[in-house]
Write a protein that binds this ligand. Structure first.
Ligand SMILES: Cc1cc2nc3c(=O)[nH]c(=O)nc-3n(C[C@H](O)[C@H](O)[C@H](O)COP(=O)(O)OP(=O)(O)OC[C@H]3O[C@@H](n4cnc5c(N)ncnc54)[C@H](O)[C@@H]3O)c2cc1C
Length: 374
């Protein structure tokens, strides 16, 4: 039995044939259709509709949606590959695709009845962007302290309140919104609703002006007696907390994928630049201190990728993955920060100040080493 298991065990980074084809097609797309526009999208803080249409055509907006609803009928691991590859070129596009697949579609697939699946999965597969609205000004980590209220009114619920920092707010037409039907019931009052942009009483408010992932919209949502049909309650009334907790487990793996993509992109830029930039008569990549920094970044990226792929593979295998998802989220986000920071450092004065001007950190380390070694 043990031998048989071993025989079938695959290294985590070995991809199946369809996974390789899929990854390569997303990579080619990202290079051809996204890379030339990254700077402009960042400066304008906008992802153009034309690019969204191309993402739908590529099939990355409906990865796990079954073919009967117009989706690709692929695995969660495919979604991770797509988010990683897109984020390698632009993490703003990566997170747009991530929220669509790992949060919105994931929740609808899991808790949607046939009517909801038919009405919304078909749209999400064809041309509609989704958003996931849990956070509020007063409830971030303490998400279930949310105060957005839903009152019953005949065959509708009437929602009032505000959501904050909602990714895809500008692009989305369908919003998965968490509100409470009874604040006294605590988390047991929380219910998930599907809200359309066109519903009366709903508006998308201010967009945040961010430092990073600027092309990704992060918006306030305003519900002013917004009427939502009871048929748009996702899952059971009062069980929204369960949908939120469980979808966020997969969401974390998606963010892990975004982070390893971002780190891979930063490392590629750093490698290219250090081979080109000459100081002291040779490319800075030839200095051992720089080589060690790049090697450490590659090592950390590999380790982070293993945690992300492992969590995603566990999820597709139907095995518990909660701890592994948390591990991959923390580790890959920390690695992304370190690798991006190293890349910024190696770009020297092109990129930052404190650790660069009046002698870079590597040069200061050389001075210290000379002194202490005599
Ligand atoms: C760019 C961006 C996009 C986002 N997109 C979405 C989205 O699409 N949908 C959505 O619903 N939300 C979204 N969010 C909101 C995000 O989920 C919250 O920012 C996050 O949950 C943290 O909440 P907070 O920012 O209020 O921080 P807080 O919860 O206020 O935390 C502040 C600090 O206190 C610490 N802290 C809090 N509680 C504890 C505790 N019990 N013990 C120890 N430390 C604690 C935290 O670790 C953190 O360091 C987005 C945020 C950003 C910045």
């Amino acid at each position: 039995m043990a031998e048989q298991t071993l025989e079938h065990a695959q290294p985590l980074t070995v991809l199946a044939e369809d996974e390789v084809l899929f990854r390569d097609s997303v990579r080619e797309f990202a290079e051809a259709q996204i890379r030339p526009h990254v700077r402009e999208m960042d400066e304008q803080a906008k992802i153009p509709r034309a690019l969204l249409d191309k993402l739908f055509d590529l099939g990355v907006m409906a990865i796990e949606i079954p073919e009967t609803y117009g989706g690709a009928g692929a695995s969660f691991f495919h979604a991770v590959l797509a988010v990683e590859e897109l984020s390698r070129v632009d993490p703003s596009v990566g997170v747009l695709v991530d929220v669509q697949n790992t949060l919105v579609v994931n929740a609808l697939l899991r808790w949607g009845n046939e009517d909801i699946k038919r009405r919304y999965l078909t749209r999400l597969a064809a041309s509609t962007v989704g958003a996931y609205a849990l956070s509020e000004a007063g409830s971030g980590s303490d998400a279930f302290a949310l105060t957005t209220r839903a009152r019953e009114d005949g065959d509708h619920y009437v929602i009032s309140g505000r959501k904050l920092w909602i990714t895809n707010g500008n692009e989305a037409d369908v919003f998965l919104v968490f509100a409470t039907i009874n604040p006294e019931a605590g988390y047991r009052g929380i219910t998930a609703f599907i809200v359309e942009r066109a519903f009366a009483g709903f508006t998308v408010g201010k967009k945040e002006d961010k430092l990073g992932i600027r092309a990704s919209s992060t918006c306030e949502l305003i519900f002013d007696d917004c009427r939502v049909p009871k048929a748009n309650v996702l899952g059971e009334v009062g069980k929204g907390y369960k949908s939120a907790i469980e979808t966020l487990n997969e969401g974390r793996i998606g963010i892990g994928a975004q982070m390893i993509g971002l780190a891979a992109g930063a490392l590629e830029h750093a490698i290219k630049y250090t081979k080109e930039r000459k100081q002291f008569g040779k490319p800075i990549a030839e200095f051992q201190a720089v080589q060690h920094q790049l090697a450490r970044a590659a090592m950390e990226l590999e380790a982070a990728r293993l945690t992300v792929y492992n969590a995603a593979r566990l999820r597709d295998a139907g095995k518990p993955f909660l701890t592994e998802a948390a591990i991959c989220k923390i580790f890959s986000s920390e690695v992304a920060e370190r690798v991006a920071s190293l890349a910024v450092n190696l770009f020297g004065g092109n990129a930052k100040i404190g650790q660069i001007y009046e002698g870079t950190s590597n040069l200061q380390l050389q001075t210290i080493a000379k002194q202490i070694l005599g």
